[in-house]
Design a protein around this ligand. Structure first.
Ligand SMILES: NC(=O)c1ccc[n+]([C@@H]2O[C@H](COP(=O)([O-])OP(=O)(O)OC[C@H]3O[C@@H](n4cnc5c(N)ncnc54)[C@H](O)[C@@H]3O)[C@@H](O)[C@H]2O)c1
Length: 353
């Protein structure tokens, strides 16, 4: 039986590391695509030459041509600029929207049955661009953020308590950014909620560090942003889909009434299997958690609205944009808005951020 095929678009830090994880686990053959000529080919050849040492027979191709990605089961979108110190995810939006639009248009045309896993920031807004551009059903467009955010939370919990990370479990909901909502009540060590293991100040300190987890690494690296943990997180999602594992993982998905949110990508726990998002898992939230979640959804909505305004200034094509939610989160009529037309980025690798 042929191996599944995974295309990773963007052969930068996150993309190349993701490709390496998938390839070396041999769960799929991999196509690594970038706009920079030669670079994905060079990285793919380098990875292929590691295969005899690592000991597997998977195949990897580096390319600048979407024809080589045809028939992919999964397309991972990591192309775009990364944050630089002092730069918010939102600053990246206009530039990355045009990149994601261009990439998804071409990738979807060659792999109409693929599942898209979006990584490019600002994540939740880029998921909207991917959904609109591909016209795929929403269960086949999934954003990676929650797995990473919970991994960060788990790391800090394990370090604080001096326990194995493997015995920790963490729940993070909401948008990927400063408004993410870590849920201590549902975060556990060997099944015991951390609210019984730490005092509220301790937990708040860890929650705060999780919220700023990406920025903390950006400020240390000086150029570029985190990529090892992001790539590991994408790998977990790819594996859950290809192996039809029915894993319950926090992902950015298009909500259609769940959690009282309609028409927005927000991070929630979902069941991931061969069909993509097979179920949105709804958990009970306290009033406080619910209002933090809705505030987070509101900030995603504002971002998507901003995306529409940026595009309108350029007089570009339309995308449905859900309005910011009110406290009651009733769905209003989606307002037509716009996102940039596809725009190829100039050859040459953009500055990492
Ligand atoms: N969702 C998350 O949790 C998360 C985590 C980490 C990084 N990110 C985001 O992922 C993206 C990639 O980060 P990185 O560290 O790999 O950046 P990077 O700069 O190392 O790599 C980006 C790659 O995209 C390529 N690219 C640019 N335009 C392209 C196009 N039109 N077609 C194909 N390739 C194109 C560049 O040439 C580059 O190789 C950034 O937007 C970053 O903010 C998201």
């Amino acid at each position: 039986m042929p191996r599944p095929l995974v295309t990773v678009v963007g052969a930068g830090n996150v993309g190349a590391t993701t490709a390496q994880r998938i390839f070396e686990a041999a769960i799929a053959d991999v196509v690594l695509l970038d706009i920079v000529e030669g670079m994905p080919q060079g990285k793919a050849l380098d990875l292929a030459q590691a295969a005899p040492v690592v000991g597997h027979d998977a195949k990897i191709t580096g390319t600048n041509d979407y024809a080589d990605t045809a028939g992919s089961d999964i397309v991972v979108v990591t192309s775009g600029l990364a944050r630089q110190p002092g730069m918010s995810r939102d600053d990246l939006m206009a530039k990355n929207a045009s990149i994601v639009r261009s990439v998804v248009q071409q990738a979807a045309a060659h792999s109409p049955d693929a599942i898209l896993i979006v990584v490019t920031n600002p994540l939740d807004a880029m998921c909207h661009v991917a959904l609109e551009t591909s016209a795929f059903p929403p269960q086949r467009v999934i954003g990676m953020a929650g797995v990473l955010d919970s991994a960060r939370f788990r790391t800090f919990i394990a370090r604080e308590l001096g326990v194995s990370v493997t015995d920790t479990h963490a729940f993070v909901l909401g948008g990927h950014g400063d408004t993410m909502v870590p849920l201590p009540r549902y975060s556990t060590v060997a099944g015991v909620p951390i609210t019984e293991l730490m005092d509220p100040e301790q937990i708040e300190r860890l929650v705060d560090r999780t919220r700023n987890g990406g920025a903390e690494i950006v400020s240390m690296l000086k150029s570029g942003s985190a990529f090892y943990a992001p790539a590991a997180s994408v790998f977990q999602m790819v594996d859950a889909v290809l192996s039809d594992r029915k894993r319950i993982l926090p992902c950015a998905v298009y909500l259609q009434g769940e959690y009282d949110v309609d028409g927005l990508f927000v991070g929630v726990p979902v069941k991931l299997g061969r069909g993509g998002v097979e179920e949105v898992i709804q958990i009970d939230l306290t009033e406080e958690e619910r209002s933090a979640f809705l505030a987070s959804a509101d900030s995603v909505s504002e971002l998507v609205q901003k995306l529409a305004e940026q595009a309108a200034e350029l007089g570009l094509s339309s995308v449905e944009v859900a309005p910011a939610s009110g406290g009651a989160m009733t769905a209003e009529e989606p307002a037509p808005a716009a996102i940039p037309e596809s725009a190829q980025q100039p050859a040459g690798r953009p500055a990492a951020g």
